[in-house]
Ligand binder design. Structure first.
Ligand code: CO
Length: 134
């Protein structure tokens, strides 16, 4: 069902500092910050030859990333994102297999303007999984 690794997301306290470290120390191409109010995050992407890194900074109150940073004060890996061809078919197949979908169960539009869903970390080795329809 899943295809390519689309990105690995890292929660950060300071998006500018994270961007600078990847741009200036690691020599990576880093995009401008974009607000994603629906997801409670401000996002920067690092474009690598074979995948992307997504930096997430909390945006607004009740940001899920703010809670994550309380538990991980230095930041850390927040989720992995896999590509799927049909997100509704993937969701229905996962639900039938007993996996929990986070939130309403309906896809939201993600950082690339494509539909995304999140799967509960307890069902996937303690790691939050994002599915993105490509
Ligand atoms: Co993501």
């Amino acid at each position: 069902m899943i295809g390519r690794l689309n990105h690995v997301a890292i929660a950060v306290r300071d998006l500018a500092k994270a961007s600078a470290s990847y741009r200036d120390m690691l020599g990576a191409e880093v995009t401008a910050a974009v607000d994603q109010p629906d997801h409670g995050v401000r996002v920067v992407f690092v474009n690598l030859p074979n995948t992307k890194i997504e930096f997430l900074e909390p945006l607004g109150e009740n940001s899920p990333v703010a809670k994550f940073l309380e538990k991980n004060p230095d930041g850390g890996m927040h989720h992995v994102c896999y590509e799927v061809d049909d997100i509704i078919a993937a969701r229905d197949q996962l639900k039938a297999a007993g996996a929990r979908i986070i939130g309403s169960g309906e896809p939201k539009i993600g950082a690339h303007g494509k539909p995304v869903l999140f799967l509960h970390p307890k069902d996937f080795q303690g790691t939050l999984v994002e599915l993105e329809q490509i």
